[in-house]
Write a new protein. Structure first.
Length: 306
């Protein structure tokens, strides 16, 4: 959390230093229904921690307090990120791309923000990947005690994640697709259905154990207001997810992807690369640089090596 707060403060400082030169030249493209729906996938992807919630709740000292912790967590994340997103977009406009850090023109602020975000991701990965590690250990019958088998499994899981990250360097369009396909079911549909089924469960008189209700039983035993509200949420999530996935696929088909770093030596000398040291300068043509020569510092989307 400390790294996240520090990164937000650094980025806000960087935007404040750029605002005088950039906001007057900012270009705001017209909003569209398609763009809004595609952005839903990105938005859901940003709140995609639902798969670890059961593990976190199980490990809590007082699991009954989980609703308090999750509500506070979502509120803090929204409070930190949403105002910063609005502030950045008002300042940079359409020149801001997938990462707002790449639009900050003060170099030391940009590097410091990247470092704090990297530390945050490393620490958060320990929590986020834990359910996946446990599932892999269960699949391979690994012992619960510490041992070489668990080390190898967890190393393999982390290596697979790293390979996927290196294979898809242009992550923005892929993030929209993953967010649209996976997050509506895991973040909205399944939690709502699970809640309805759990509340409609009854105890079997013979086995004295809980009996999973059928769908008609769920309908009969659930309050009509709760049923309608959950049904509305599920339908909206499914429709939005399907439409967003379709538009994300269209976007992927029109995007030029950069080859993974481990494949670039196999390509000809005209390989396309990205210049990581350059930034997304502000202005409609992305040619406004506060501190000097825009030609040297402003990043073109792609450049071909001759």
């Amino acid at each position: 959390m400390l790294c996240t707060v520090l990164a937000v403060l650094l980025i806000a400082l960087g935007i404040s230093l750029d605002i005088s030169a950039c906001i007057s030249e900012a270009h705001y493209p017209k909003t569209s229904v398609g763009g809004a729906v595609v952005s839903l996938g990105t938005f859901l992807f940003a709140f995609s921690g639902h798969q670890v919630f059961p593990t976190i709740q199980h490990d809590m000292y007082r699991p009954i307090d989980f609703p308090k912790s999750i509500t506070l967590g979502f509120c803090i994340v929204a409070f930190l990120y949403m105002p910063l997103s609005v502030y950045g977009y008002l300042t940079y406009g359409s020149s801001m791309h997938s990462s707002i850090i790449d639009s900050v023109q003060t170099s030391w602020i940009r590097h410091a923000a990247n470092l704090t975000i990297a530390i945050h991701c490393i620490l958060a990965l320990i929590i986020m990947v834990n359910p996946l590690n446990q599932q892999a250990e269960h699949l391979f019958n690994a012992p619960h005690s510490f041992g070489i088998q668990r080390v190898l499994i967890r190393t393999g899981v982390l290596g697979t994640i790293l390979f996927c990250a290196l294979t898809i360097p242009d992550f923005g369009p892929f993030m929209n697709l993953v967010g649209a396909l996976t997050n509506p079911p895991t973040c909205v549909v399944l939690p709502a259905l699970t809640n309805l089924y759990l509340n409609a469960m009854s105890i079997d008189e013979k086995t004295r154990d809980y009996k999973i209700p059928t769908f008609p039983e769920v309908i009969r035993r659930t309050d009509i207001k709760k049923l309608l509200w959950n049904g509305f949420i599920i339908v909206i999530a499914l429709v939005a997810g399907i439409v967003s996935a379709y538009l994300a696929i269209q976007e992927i088909l029109t995007v030029h992807f950069t080859p993974p770093c481990y494949l670039r030596p196999l390509f000809a000398q005209t390989a396309t690369i990205l210049h990581n040291e350059k930034i997304n300068c502000c202005g409609m043509k992305q040619n406004i640089y506060v501190f000097g020569n825009a030609t040297e510092m402003c990043q073109l989307s792609q450049q071909t090596l001759l």
